[in-house]
Design a protein around this ligand. Structure first.
Ligand code: NDP
Length: 287
């Protein structure tokens, strides 16, 4: 009886001792958000603007970035700028970080969120596509992190990596995408270990998201997934909160991500079955 009781007391103490999030934590902070022309990245930019951050956003579509920047300035951003280009090109990924150095004089938070277009369906055997997606969804994250590290070490800042349930457990119909998200976990979880050994005070927050109501996700999966999508505005705020609090991982929403993952090490087949049962196969477009 004593041991579970002590466990409960310790858990309560741990949770109440954790710092609460306050929007002022991000006021005046210099933040890069990638993939911010639409979806969750766009919403993160708006939240950061309301909190008074300096924002540098990036994606390929200049016209959309321009509009997001205008809206950020209306919402109260300390400053808002964009750089347009493709993350297929590692030189561009590094250029974005250089721009932060030139325009903002440093960096407090690097939010890696962009994702290249892929198909939703059975794996079609296109190895070239897997390579290209790895470059966009994984290698550019590595390139930006590497370039940003000197500035992040200086500011004792944060890296926020937006991943997915598909980066923690095998998902059908998104094989190339899942591979890139698993790669992120391997790289950033290992890097976090090295930071700890070397006493590098840069936090790494890996965000494990479920189904979110962005246009691209609804277009790809709404017909097939038997799951209600969560709102992108709330998701964006939860990501910023987790990053500001220097959390190791974020599970959003907790009930549909963290809880099923508890099965992974003990009942992997059951988890696989539960994942498969969330799909309506007759809604799947054949490739
Ligand atoms: P969106 O498709 O809405 O946005 C993707 C962003 O990435 C856009 O700004 C897009 O802009 C940019 N982008 C696409 N290709 C490139 C490229 N080659 N180079 C540079 N930028 C590019 O995505 P979401 O908001 O839905 O997703 C955001 C993150 O959340 C992703 O990492 C995704 O994996 C993750 N996630 C999302 C889920 C969901 O259900 N929505 C579920 C789980 C994880 P542009 O086209 O102008 O370049």
């Amino acid at each position: 009886i004593l041991i579970p009781f002590l466990g409960l007391v310790l858990a309560f103490w741990f949770y109440s001792a954790r710092e609460n999030f306050k929007p002022e934590m991000l006021k005046g902070k210099r933040v890069i958000v990638t993939g911010a022309s639409t979806g969750i990245g766009e919403q993160m930019a708006y939240h950061l603007a309301r909190m008074g951050s300096h924002i540098l956003i990036t994606a390929r579509t200049e016209a959309k970035l321009q509009k997001v920047v205008e809206r950020c300035l209306e919402l109260g951003a300390a400053s808002a700028r964009y750089v347009s280009g493709t993350m297929e090109d590692m030189a561009f990924a590094e250029h974005v970080v250089k721009e932060a150095e030139t325009l903002l004089g440093g960096l407090d938070m690097l939010i890696l969120n962009h994702v290249g277009t892929s198909y939703f369906g059975y794996f079609n055997g296109d190895v070239g596509h897997v390579r290209k997606l790895l470059e966009i969804n994984f290698l550019s994250y590595v390139a930006m992190t590497t370039s940003a590290l000197p500035m992040l070490k200086e500011s004792e800042g944060s890296i926020v990596v937006v991943s997915s349930m598909a980066g923690k457990v095998g998902f059908p119909f998104t094989v190339p995408y899942s591979a890139t998200k698993f790669a992120l976990d391997g790289f950033f979880s290992s890097l976090r270990q090295e930071f700890s050994i070397q006493s590098v005070n840069v936090s790494i927050t890996l965000c494990i998201l479920g189904f979110i109501d962005t246009e691209s996700a609804l277009r790809a999966a709404a017909e097939v997934l038997l799951v209600a999508p969560a709102p992108r505005e709330e998701c964006a705020l939860e990501i910023l909160r987790a990053g500001a609090l220097r959390r190791r991982e974020l599970y959003y929403r907790y009930g549909s991500t963290r809880l099923p993952l508890l099965l992974r090490d003990w009942a992997a087949e059951l988890l696989d079955y539960l994942v498969r049962s969330r799909y309506r196969l007759d809604g799947l477009k054949r490739n």
